[in-house]
Design a protein around this ligand. Structure first.
Ligand code: TMP
Ligand code: ASP
Length: 236
């Protein structure tokens, strides 16, 4: 029988009959600022499951190894069981969010090169930004793994930036998580969705991601629906 083994802010993980596979459920819960702000949006889980499934499929076609085995239903993915690396890898093309807040780099600045940052995945500490050396000292990953994570994050950006441009969406920044299989292989895990990316409409600059929730802009579900519609259109 399926047993709940993990519940995070936006997803649940269940065991399956196969010890190497898990069922990942996308929840309708929306949180921001380390869950200080909470809400629910009926249908959000299904939208993210659909978006993430399409994006992981596109990445697989382009040689990125992911945990996704298949989509089971509207809100469930069957995934490889991995041990999640406790590092959130953030990739930034344009300055906004915490980069602007922390360093006063003006909002909307096109960065001279793609910036890759590491954050320690620890809710109690508020996911602090860390350097490679912090990650090594804390044994979050080996030197080789850090290189693999950063190379994979850049490759994902190189695939997704032009893809989203073809959807008339500017991929501003995004966060990815990785996991280790039993034999130490690193796979892209978690999700790639408007919860974990920032998308600005290429023409109007309108925000079509979780910033609508973070900043109380309204129309969260409509924005996620629009992102899915554009992805499906571009993949036709
Ligand atoms: P930030 O500007 O708030 O640091 O966010 C950078 C990117 O990472 C942005 O696309 C949103 C995403 N993100 C998450 O997916 N989870 C998080 O907990 C945070 C803080 C950001
Ligand atoms: N993911 C974090 C939270 O759920 C922060 C954020 O995305 O803004 O609280």
């Amino acid at each position: 029988m399926a047993e709940l083994i993990y519940e995070g802010k936006a997803k649940k993980l269940f065991t399956t009959d196969d010890k190497n596979e898990l069922l990942m459920e996308f929840k309708d819960d929306l949180t921001a600022f380390n869950a200080l702000k909470k809400s629910q949006e009926a249908g959000k889980g299904a939208l993210n499951a659909a978006i993430s499934s399409k994006i992981f499929g596109l990445l697989t076609q382009n040689g990125v190894k992911t945990h996704l085995i298949k989509t089971i239903d509207e809100t469930h993915h069957l995934v490889r069981k991995v041990q999640i690396v406790a590092i959130e890898v953030v990739v930034r093309n344009i300055a906004t969010g915490s980069l602007t807040k922390r360093l006063a780099i003006p909002e909307g600045t096109v960065l001279p090169f793609t910036l890759v940052e590491l954050y320690y995945k620890d809710d109690a500490l508020g996911d602090p930004i860390i350097s490679d050396e912090h990650a090594l000292i804390m044994k979050l990953a080996t030197r080789n793994e850090l290189q693999v994570l950063k190379d994979a994050a850049r490759k994902i950006n190189d695939i997704l930036r032009p893809f989203f441009a073809s959807c008339n969406l500017n991929l501003i920044d995004f966060k990815v998580e990785f996991g280790r299989t039993e034999n130490g292989e690193i796979l892209l895990a978690d999700e790639i969705s408007p919860d974990s990316c920032r998308f600005w409409d290429m023409n109007s600059g309108e925000k079509l991601d979780k910033d609508r929730f973070r900043q109380d802009l309204g129309g969260v579900k409509m924005a996620y629906e629009e992102v899915l519609k554009r992805i499906l259109g571009a993949l036709k």
